[in-house]
Each structure stands twice: as C-alpha cells, then as structure tokens.
Design a binder for this molecule. Structure first.
Ligand code: GLG
Length: 834
C-alpha cells in the first residue's frame, strides 16, 4: 500500500487541497506497512512512539517525492532563490502541519481511529524541534512555510543543534533547565546528505605572498578543519506543490585533519579534537535579545555561514561553471539579524582569495547579494566581537573587514560628511576603545542592498535612532517589512473548530487568502454567529483547563476570563507589570469581597535565559503569588494565577485558541514587532497593549474600539527619560501601587521567608525601573477595568473577538513574504511538475 497518488495540475500557489486522493483504507495500510518494514515491529507490540513514526513515514511517502520534484524543477529552470540564513529555526512539531499541507488530516485521523489509536495522542509523541529562542526563530519558521506555500524557490540555512532550547521545569516555584534531546532516537522528518559535506577552516594565520607581477596574494593557513554535515528537513507548502528544504549543518571532526595526529600515536588527542569539533553544533545559545560574546558562538556563526556559502557556490557552479556574471541574478541571501553577518567577509574571501576576483568586482557582488533584517534596538542585543577574538578565530576575515571599513570610510563617509570624525567614529565597523570591537550591525548595513525593520514603528526607529547617518547616506536602503505568522499552523491546524466555522462562513481557501476573513465582519453583530463563535472559544478553554490541570494541578473555571501572557521572560516585556496588577486585584478582593470583576484566570508561559537573574526572580514571584492566591478561600476562586511550565510552540498551539485577552505590554519602543500578538488576535483574543511594535498596526486593522491601548507612547517615553524619570514619584503618589510593592518586603507570599521577593521591588525603585513599569501602572490598571466592563457585556465582547479574527489578514506571513519578494528579493514563483 502506498500513500502516493496522482494530483491535478493548477498553479504554483496552492488553492485546492484535493490533489492527494488517498482513502482511509490506503493510509491505514501504509501506516501498518511502515510499522512493519520501517520500524521493524508489529501492531501488537508497537509503542505509541512507533505508531507516530510509522504515521510520519506514511506522510513522507508524499513529502519526499515532492522534495525531489521541487529540486529537480528548480535545477532545470535554473531559478533565482532566496537563501534565508538564520541561527534559529523554531519549527515545533511537523505531523499535524504536514498533514494539513497535504490535506490528509481527516483521513489520517480516521485511519488511526480504525487502528484503535487516538490521533491527538499520537501527535503528542512528537518532540518539538526547538532550534530557536523566541520570535526571531519562529519568524524564520513561518517564513519558510510561506515561501513554500507561495511556490518560491528558497532554502533555509542554519545549525543542526543536537540540543535545542532547554526544557524548563518548575521546582518550588523556580526555573530549572534540563537539556532538550529532541532527536536522541532519530527524527523521521530529516534526511542526512553526506554527499554534500563541506570542510570549514578555523584559526591559524595569514601569509602574504607576492606573485611575479608584484601583486599581493593572501593565503590563510588554518589551524583546524571542521566537517559540516547537512541534514535536510522538508518544508511542505500548503497544498504540497512546492516542498522546499531547510538545510541544517552538523559539525564533525574532519577525517582529513585527524589522521596525522592519529598516525603519530595521538589517539587520545584525536579523540579530544573530535569532541571539540562536535561541540560546535551541540547546543543552541539560550539567550533571547542578548549577546554574550563567546568564542564558541562566533565559531557557530562562521561554521554555518561558511558551509552554506560553499553550498550555494557549489550549486551555482553546477549550472554556470566559473562564470560569476550571473551570480547576483540567481542568489539573494537574507541575514536574519546580524548573527550570520560573518557570511559577508566569507563571500569576499572566496571571491578575492579563491576566485581571484578584483576587490571592486567582488564587493559589487556582495552588495547585490546580501540583505539584512534588524529585529531589535536593545543595545544589549547588538552584536560586537572583540577584534582580538576575531583575529584568533578568523584572521583573514578580520583583514577583509578592515579593508571593507577603510574603503567605506574613504569612499562613502568622507564625501557625505567631509572631515567629520565624529560621524566616522560612529559609522566605522571598528569601535575604538580600550578593547577594539567589530560592530556586526554596521558591517551588515554597509554590505547589504536593503535593511529592514519588522514593524512600521520599529523601522522608523531604525532610521531615526539606530542608523540615522546610514539613512542619510543611503535613503532607499532602510525599509520596513511588517512581520506575519502562518495561518496554517496558527489557525487552521491549532484551532480546528474555529477553522471549520470560518470555512463555512467565508470560503475554504482562507488559509491562502487570509484577507477573506474580512467577511466575518458582516457577522460580528449576528447573535447566532456570536454564540457559535464564543462556544468554540469556550470549548477551547475547556481543553486548556484540562492541560492546566494535568501540568500544574490547578483547577480553573472555563467560564472565567482567560488572560494570557506568553513570550520570553524579559524585563522589557514587563511580565512584572502584569504580576503587580494581579497582586493589586488580589488586594482589592481582600479589602472588598464584593469588588466588581468577572472571574479571571491569568496564565503565563515564559522561559528565562539561564543566566538572566532578574527574569528568574520574576518567574519565582509569579509562582509564589500563584500559590497564595490560588489557595486563598477568601477570594472564592474569583482570581487564579497559572504559570505553565516549558512554554514552547506545541504549548502555544493549545493556549492561543483559548485566550480571551492577549497581554502585549512592553515599554513602547522596545518590542520590535511581536508575533504572538498576531497569533492571539487571529484566534479571537482582545489585545491589552501599549503602542509598541506591531500592536500599533493590529490596532489600526482591528479598530481602536476592539483593542485596549494604554501607557506611554514612544515620544512620551523619550520625554520622560529626558526629564529624569524617578520611579519613587509614582510609588508615593499611588497608594495601591505602594502597598503592592511593599508586599514584596513581607513574607505574605513566601511564608517564613520575608523579603524573598524584594529584588523585584528594588529593581523597580532602587535600580531605576529601566522599563518604566511604575509610570505605566495606573494606565494599565484602568485598561484592565475597561476589559472587565467589556467582558461582562457578552454581545459586545463577542463582537470584539470576532472583529479581531476578521481583521488580522494583514498579519499573515504570506503577505510579509510577498513584501520581501516585491521590495527586496525579486523572485518569481515556480510551478512544480507532476
Ligand atoms: C525579535 C523581537 C520581536 C520580533 C521578532 C521577530 O524581539 O519583537 O517580533 O524578533 O522579528 N529579537 C527578537 O527575538
């Protein structure tokens, strides 16, 4: 039995899902066949994991065939492609998504049912592929989904980490980190490609040689060679016409290098080298929006960039030989943040040292190949590498960076800002100081033909605050592409009931034409539709309540308002603001048992970087407050607080469909875009948020009446800081705020341990309240009162929820990708043959 079947021919973009005509019987036979021949077991003794593997294998009969067809077609048509370079791809699980893409979800469900298996239980067997921290990595995952769905030739390049983002456990309220072993026993979605292994040099020294003509030639004598082994993960576009790949590199010791040591009797030394080589792709750095400056991290960056550039050139040469004239027609490389910026000097090195191209010609190629996306303005996240470290690891690249820099300062900055040393100092790739540093942001802007921010306001700030002089020099270089999320994962597959309703009222091609959701606006006031819509929300809340019970043993009432804040734990995202407000509500309820508010459940999901002390303190405080509030009979279950451990993509898929309120409360100017905000609103949650990142565009789309905005604006934040912000003013001026902050000094939430939570109070008062939490408190509290009023008026709330879903079409990653294609990448969709 085989799941492969014939399909109809239409366009490159997938608009009908009936191509794979597989019957339930055929699919079932195919799963059983794989249980026997691929897993080597049988129906009587197979574990759930084995059934999951067999089901994946059945889906792969379609997927792998489409990979081959896609690659063959792209090769034959010699297509221009985008190469998305990213240190992170936060893919999550594949089974449901790939079934959605091939249109076999119902068939698979029935087939497993007939085998006495529960579809959802089998899907739960899949570990998340968590090769990313948060928004940046998940954006990359949504983008490769959209690229495949829209039929664009594209490849994602990254690292095949052995351990993804750590697993979070909560013990006595505190975060513990455990290694994530997502592929310990293999992964059915990946294929190793030993035929495309690359060798990567590191360390060593540079020799300057002169040829007969007296020309200088540089030769890098590396101190080590590392092997890069590619693993391909199919990225199945919706409709499975195009199946692109994600190519992730695993590091290994190079055989070639180790033989010398081995033959000289250094067996143990050779083993040590193996371990060092394999360390490169061992583990993902668990920092979101911070930079640590560690040698291994620079090596990770160079390792995957060098492998990927070689891979691109190998593919190009297969079609064009040594003729470089078509290179920029065929290749565009998108740098996902500055993490892969070392690809710039690497391409220069290959063109100048290896292909022996003139510097100017090589530079012209680079400047037409690279484009760079900036994801943050936070100074602690802007990458800088010490010149000393750079020289040790990549001596030739440092020379090239100096050359790029001196030409840039002379040819570009001097004419634009004559004799202006201050501007030169600021725009130089090298930061002078007691320790000289390489600024990867400046390098990326200088080498790229386009630089984009990720939401309107963020891109404005990139121009006005981060790179104003670059913007003066190149007024067309800096631009915006507002982020988006894939509606296939973040609506169709995570919220099947709502999806079905939308298909009934709109059309069933909404997953590829998300603007069609607008049609739901017509039913926003229709009481019958409101009832069905809110019933689905309720059912999703019942499901989430079960998850909460099983993970935390906390009972929550699904009729209560579910208020959700899910994102990395960071002070700029202000989970502490949410917490302080929860404590204030608790206090109000204690002071006045009749305090008028709907029953509320506050739900958090967040990982803290293991080295981020304050973030971990905030997690601890949330859990301690939760313990006290949830077990206080006096407030009669009117308030519950839940911290769900190990927040990740697969948990987000269960939380988002169940949210009534979406917390998007970063200090204005700090959250570049946010993408969770889009997913929650798309699933009918009402945003309580600041005018930051994409919240602003969400409010524009949904309308001011359908979001609850509070807090200082970017301009007001700047003014307040300029005037000298003093958090104590807010502390003394607001009786409730003072009382809540003083609570941290007591042992009310940490019995017998007074002051255990006091660091939080200190950070908000003594350490200056960097993110103006206290300044926004009163406005936030008022916004919640407004939410309470609105929620108690059922038709009003239903209307708001519906309008949110109806108006989120813009935040579809297909639209983002189309913006990139039109303004930056200039790709054409490619029809894949049968
Ligand atoms: C970021 C930002 C987010 C943004 C995401 C994707 O913090 O605001 O939505 O990238 O662009 N540095 C990040 O993780």
């Amino acid at each position: 039995a085989s799941a492969k079947t014939s399909r109809k021919k239409t366009s490159a973009v997938s608009d009908d899902l009936k191509q794979f005509e597989v019957t339930t019987e055929e699919f079932k036979d195919c799963v059983v066949k794989h249980l026997h021949v691929t897993l080597g077991t049988d129906e009587n003794k197979a574990s759930k994991k084995a059934w999951w593997n067999a089901t994946c294998a059945a889906v792969n009969e379609i997927v792998f065939e489409r990979v081959t067809k896609t690659q063959k077609t792209h090769y034959q048509k010699d297509t221009r492609a985008v190469h998305y370079f990213s240190l992170e791809f936060l893919m999550g699980r594949f089974l449901k998504n790939n079934l959605t893409s091939v249109g076999l979800t119902d068939i698979a469900k029935q087939a497993l049912e007939q085998l006495d298996l529960d579809f959802n239980e089998i899907c739960e067997e899949e570990p998340d592929m968590a090769l990313g921290n948060g928004g940046l990595g998940r954006l990359a995952a949504c983008f490769v989904d959209s690229l495949a769905t829209l039929g664009y030739p594209a490849i994602g390049y990254g690292i095949h980490y052995e351990h993804g983002l750590f697993t979070q456990e909560i013990q006595h309220g505190r975060q513990l980190e455990r290694p994530d072993s997502w592929r310990e026993y293999g992964n059915p979605w990946e294929i190793c490609r030993p035929e495309s292994i690359q060798e990567i040099p590191l360390y060593g020294y540079v020799e300057t040689k002169y040829d007969e003509g007296g020309h200088i030639h540089k030769e890098w004598h590396p101190g080590r060679i590392i092997k890069g082994v590619p693993w391909d993960i199919p990225v199945v576009g919706y409709g499975a016409k195009t199946v692109n790949i994600l190519r992730l590199w695993e590091s290994r010791a190079s055989d070639f290098f180790n033989w010398d040591v081995f033959n000289a009797g250094g067996y143990l030394d050779a083993q040590v080298e193996n371990v060092q080589a394999e360390t490169i792709s061992k583990v993902l750095y668990p920092n979101d929006n911070t930079e640590a400056g560690k040698e291994l991290r620079l090596i990770q960056q160079y390792f995957f960039c060098a492998c990927s550039i070689k891979d691109i050139i190998r593919r190009y040469k297969r079609a064009h030989g040594n003729d470089w004239s078509k290179f920029t027609d065929q290749v565009v490389i998108q740098l996902n943040d500055t993490h892969p910026a070392v690809a710039i000097p690497e391409l220069m090195r290959i063109l100048v040292d290896r292909a022996e191209m003139h510097w100017d010609d090589a530079w012209a190629i680079c400047q037409n190949v690279f484009a760079y996306t900036n994801h943050t303005l936070l100074p602690e996240a802007l990458e800088k590498w010490s010149v000393r470290l750079f020289e040790k690891v990549l001596p030739r690249h440092l020379e090239i960076i100096y050359e790029i820099n001196s030409r840039f300062l002379e040819d570009v900055v001097e004419p634009a800002f004559p004799d202006n040393d201050e501007v030169k100092r600021k725009l130089s790739i090298i930061e002078e100081g007691h320790e000289k540093m390489v600024r990867m942001g400046n390098l990326s802007v200088i080498a790229s033909f386009k630089v984009n921010g990720v939401a309107e306001i963020h891109s404005q700030l990139v121009k006005s605050d981060l790179f104003p002089e670059f913007n003066q020099i190149w007024p067309d270089k800096l631009t915006n592409v507002t982020n988006g999320v894939t509606p296939r994962r973040w609506l169709k597959s995570c919220n099947p009931a709502l999806s079905k309703l939308i298909s009934e009222y709109v059309d069933d091609d909404w997953p590829v034409h998300l603007d069609k959701l607008q049609k739901l606006n017509d039913f926003a006031d229709d009481s019958k539709f409101q009832k069905v819509f809110m019933q689905i929300k309720h059912d999703n809340k019942v499901e989430l309540a079960k998850v909460i019970k099983s993970l935390t043993n906390i009972e929550v009432d699904p009729t209560a308002l579910f208020d959700i804040q899910i994102k990395r734990l960071h002070e700029y995202k202000r989970q502490q603001l949410n917490l302080i407000h929860i404590m204030a509500l608790y206090r109000r309820l204690l002071q006045n048992p009749d305090y008028d508010m709907p029953k509320r459940v506050f739900i958090f999901g967040a990982k803290a970087a293991p080295g981020y002390y304050m973030a971990k303190e905030i997690i601890y405080a949330i859990n301690k407050v939760a313990d006290r509030v949830n077990n206080d009979a006096r407030i009669k279950d009117k308030l519950k607080v839940v911290f769900l451990p190990n927040y990740r993509v697969s948990l987000a898929e269960k939380m988002i469909p169940a949210a009534d309120v979406s917390e998007q409360i970063s200090l204005a100017g700090k959250e570049a875009s946010g993408t969770g905000n889009m997913k929650l609103a798309l699933n009918g949650a009402v945003t309580i948020g600041t005018l930051d990142g994409a919240n602003i565009e969400i409010a524009e789309e949904a309308g001011e009446d359908n979001v609850v905005i509070f807090g200082l604006t970017v301009e007001e934040v700047k003014a307040k800081k300029a005037a000298g912000y003093n958090p104590w003013d807010y502390y003394y001026a607001n009786e409730e705020l003072k009382a809540v902050l003083d609570w941290f000094d007591t042992d009310y939430f940490t019995p017998g341990k007074p002051g255990e939570l006091a660091e939080i109070k200190r950070s908000l008062l003594d350490y200056g309240d960097t993110y103006l939490t206290l300044a926004d408190y009163a406005s936030y509290s008022d916004a919640h009162k407004k939410i309470d009023r609105l929620y108690q008026d059922k038709p009003t709330w239903a209307r708001m929820a519906i309008i949110n879903t109806a108006t989120m079409g813009k935040f579809n990653s297909d639209r983002s990708i189309q913006d990139y294609v039109n303004n930056i990448w200039k790709l054409t969709p490619c029809f894949i043959e049968e």
